[in-house]
Each structure stands twice: as C-alpha cells, then as structure tokens.
Write a protein that binds this ligand. Sequence first.
Ligand SMILES: [Zn+2]
Length: 187
Amino acid sequence: MSLDLERELRDRGAVLSGHFRLSSGRHSDRFIQKFRILEDPKLVEPVARAIARAFADARPTVVLSAAVGGIVLGYEVARALNVKGIFAEKEAGVPVLRRGFHLDADDRVLVVEDVITTGGSVREVIGIARAAGATVIGVGAIVRRGEADFGVPTVALLEMPIVSYDEGECPQCERGAPIDDPGSRRR
Ligand SMILES: [Zn+2]
C-alpha cells in the first residue's frame, strides 16, 4: 500500500497524545480515536483493500466483524473480496449474530477489527464463528496495539504497541496531570 498509514492517522487526529484512561483501566499517553479513520471513505477504502489482499488467497466466504466500528470496515473489506459482510453485536453483554445473520459450517470466515488492543472482542467474534462450525481463516485489522495472538493468521496494517501504566505508577498522574476524555475532544 502506498498509503503512509501512520502519517494519515496523525494528520487526522486519529492518534491523540495526552493522558488517557484505557478501557482496561490502565493509563497511557496515546489514544487511537478510530472514528477519525472510519468516518472517511477515502481512507477506509484503501485500508480495506489492503486487508482484503492479505487474505484473498485464503478464499474467505464471509467477513465477520464486531459492532460498532467493525461494521464500516468489515463492509468495505467484504466489498473488496466480493463476499458477504456481517457483524456481531452485544445482547445482554454477550456478542451474538442478530438480524438474521448466520454462518454455515462450510463458511470460511475472515474476522475484521479496526483496532486490536487486548483482542478480547476478536476472540469473542472468533468464538461465534466456531460455534457455528465455520472455519476462521484469519484476522485482519488496521492497527494492532499489543501482542494479541488468536492462533490464526493475523495481519495488522500498522503495529503501534501500546505503552500503559497502572494508575499507581503512571508518570503523568505523578505530575498531577488531569485525565483527558477523548470523547469530549473537538479535534
Ligand atoms: Zn495517569
């Protein structure tokens, strides 16, 4: 891909610097605001094509992603592969297929995720595919922030290892810096 993805992300404000509390509870000085990527079809399209290319030889029959961010990316990857794109969403805290989506035992599933951090949601989605008897042929992502290993071929377009701290040993907390809320940021 001729795209300089890291630079695109920075230019769009998708990579924020500050003092953030991650969903894990740990603190970090960087945060990826993934909707600065997903909101722009001009970026999502080449990103999705690159993910699709990485798995075309494995002949996926369906792309499966997790709501909400995964819907946009999964759809574009499915388009590039000319297969169906479906998504899982949470029901009482458990990800399930709704809306009549289903997988067959002969499906070859490509799992797509926007940003992989701990990999928890990817593991849940893999579980849905396997529970249906389908084969998971791989996991494709835009950014991987950790070492998550799913036991299937995994491709991330950008490796951006996360540096995080327990609250008690966070250097920014030590300096008394307030926590930033990326959701309230205007940029
Ligand atoms: Zn802190």
